[in-house]
Design a protein around this ligand. Sequence first.
Ligand SMILES: *Cc1c(COP(=O)(O)O)cnc(C)c1O
Length: 217
Amino acid sequence: MTLDTIKARAAQAARQAGRNPGDVTLIAVSKVQPLDRIRSVLTEGQRIFGENKVQEAQGKWPGFRETFGAVDLHLIGPLQTNKARSAMELFNTIHTVDRPKLVNTLIRLAQDIGSCPQLFIQINTGAEPQKAGVLPQDADSLIRAAQDGDLPVVGLMCIPPADFDPAPHFDMLRQIAHRNGLSGLSMGMSGDFETAIAHGATHIRVGSAIFGDRVPA
Ligand SMILES: *Cc1c(COP(=O)(O)O)cnc(C)c1O
């Protein structure tokens, strides 16, 4: 599928939900994709990309930014505290803030650097043991800790359990965001971005539907 097709489907889903298509940001998830595929999506005009590993992103995006100008980069994969400074220097937005230790590190680094990417708190809506994200019942206190440290929290992110209806998870994310006064909702991937938009997504993270299947590492 092409970038234009995905954009058209996202816009259609927004209109169907009575929403403004301009209120949904499409993040093209380029992890593991060959450089020539990324280059062609850049050439089509896309300037918002998602990566899930700091090191992998460091290897390709400084070069692409030199060639194509400003690119809005989103970290959507787990962040270790020892990579936090590098992540803050490379990414405009981090979607995976999910534990007190990371929040404390980000507070300290933001004061040191004098700036901080926009942040989403990742919620483990399915309470899956193997999955990252703060548990729903611990979400409010983590959000408050980040805000008390003056971190720029703009919203919440989730990855619903595979093979289940994602809709209740999207609704849960929206409820937690609403009761905390947050407007950003990072939810929806290739298989469910239209459902996510119907349930209020402001940021959809779409990889394989734009780039084709990821080549296994
Ligand atoms: C890989 C990934 C995506 C994109 O997945 P697709 O199914 O290829 O669209 C979205 N969000 C996260 C957190 C990912 O790791």
